[in-house]
Design a protein around this ligand. Structure first.
Ligand SMILES: Nc1ncnc2c1ncn2[C@@H]1O[C@H](COP(=O)(O)OP(=O)(O)OP(=O)(O)O)[C@@H](O)[C@H]1O
Ligand SMILES: [Mg+2]
Length: 385
């Protein structure tokens, strides 16, 4: 049973538009629809300032399409129409963080100075992979970037700092529990030659985790210091989504050499990406660059490129902000399926285009780290008007 574009459109005609007026199809809000291997991709256009409020609309559309027979999965994104001011327009209200409890008071301190942060013994550089909003492909980027750095000959570790929704056990296909080295030190797990620590090794992936501010910090501290990390050239930290206080505290507490921001090309995601940049700026962590993920859609049958989400947004934004553009990763079935199977593309198809893209990103990141190391921590200051 294969699903057709017509069936998808018919189903989407049952989804009411914003303010319950009309339906999203007749209102002309649905982009072109791409179907490949039972997976359906499209976007819905909404006003930028209503993005948060209209998230249920996105979810409803995704759910409805997933219900159709023959649909294995659906990826629906909200796209914003640029209105006059474009990126300069007032950002939408901060997304709600359901699992976050009241923030630790120190995170609010305006003088977010990086106190002399103790490094992690044996670990040369720690870099964060972050994004303003969730679901843009942070974890996918983190894991493939780490494996790309490994392919360049570096000793690499991954710290899954997304204690709310750890992804590393699944992305790397790691099963089982880590061993204790002694009564308080855990040995990291290993996959594809990379050392990994994730809260997901200790609790089931589906267990909802409610963390209070101080617990977040102690979990993170333990994963940094009570883990027997071997000598590492680079540790890649997969950050939780968002730029709230929990993330700010993490960015403050972990001795980061730099941050990589992941964004999709859409205006909405870019607003969040800019917030991500701002966050690292506040804690004086240099931003190594921006990766544009799900940049364009590569049709698996023809190899043809479709810019369904308006590719190039992150590149233009990086240029505007004077931040390095690290590369664009297409939306492909390979990336998704290999992630789901626990064999990231960099190892499952090392000669493929995706793996090359990630290795090129890894090279740029390494280059940035090296020049930055040589220049001391003299990262350019990013100024937002
Ligand atoms: N380039 C890509 N092509 C196809 N699918 C992708 C791509 N990048 C990510 N995905 C898919 O998108 C989904 C979200 O990706 P991922 O989990 O990496 O995002 P995230 O930003 O870490 O999310 P969260 O905010 O929940 O931590 C996953 O199902 C992943 O397989
Ligand atoms: Mg993630």
């Amino acid at each position: 049973m294969t699903v057709t574009r017509e069936a998808v459109i018919e189903k989407l005609s049952t989804i009411k538009g914003p303010d319950l007026k009309g339906d999203i199809v007749s209102l002309g809000l649905v982009s072109e629809i791409f179907i490949a291997d039972g997976k359906v991709f499209f976007s819905i256009t909404v006003p930028a300032e209503r993005a948060k409020e209209l998230e249920p609309l996105r979810e409803a559309a995704e759910r409805a399409v997933k219900e159709l027979p023959g649909v294995a999965n659906a990826v629906v994104a909200l796209t914003a129409e640029r209105e006059g001011g474009g990126m300069g327009a007032a950002p939408p209200p901060r997304p709600q963080q359901p699992l976050r409890s009241s923030p630790p008071p120190q995170a609010r301190a305006p003088q977010a100075r990086p106190a002399a942060k103790a490094g992690v013994p044996g670990v040369e550089s720690i870099i964060a992979v972050a994004s303003g909003k969730g679901g843009v492909g942070k974890s996918t980027t983190a894991v493939n970037l780490a494996l790309g750095l490994k392919a360049l000959g570096l000793k690499v570790g991954i710290l899954d700092a997304d204690i709310y929704g750890p992804s590393m056990p699944r992305l790397l296909g790691i099963k089982g529990k880590p061993e204790m080295v002694d009564s308080r030190t855990i040995r990291p797990m290993e996959a594809y030659g990379v050392h990994v620590m994730s809260i997901g090794f200790l609790v089931e992936e589906e267990t909802p985790m409610i963390w209070r501010g101080p617990m977040v910090m102690s979990a993170l501290r333990q994963m940094l210091r009570d883990v027997a990390w071997p000598q590492l050239d680079v540790m890649v930290v997969d950050m939780p989504p968002g730029t709230g206080d929990a993330q700010l505290t993490m960015a403050q507490q972990v001795p980061l050499a730099g941050a990589v921001i992941v964004s999709t090309p859409q205006d909405l995601a870019l607003i969040d990406a800019r917030r991500g940049l701002n966050m690292f700026n506040r804690v004086e962590v240099p931003v190594l660059g921006i990766v544009e993920n799900m940049s364009y859609f590569l049709a698996p049958d023809t190899g043809k490129r479709y810019d369904i989400f308006g590719s190039g947004g992150a590149k233009a934004e990086a240029e505007r902000l004077g931040v390095t553009f690290l590369g664009e990763v297409p939306l492909t079935i390979d990336v998704r399926e290999s992630s789901d199977a626990g064999t990231p593309v960099v190892v499952s198809d090392p000669d493929g285009a995706q793996a090359r893209t990630y290795r090129a990103i890894a090279e740029k990141v390494l280059e940035k780290l090296q020049t930055q190391g040589a220049a001391g921590r003299q990262a350019p200051k990013i100024v937002f008007e």
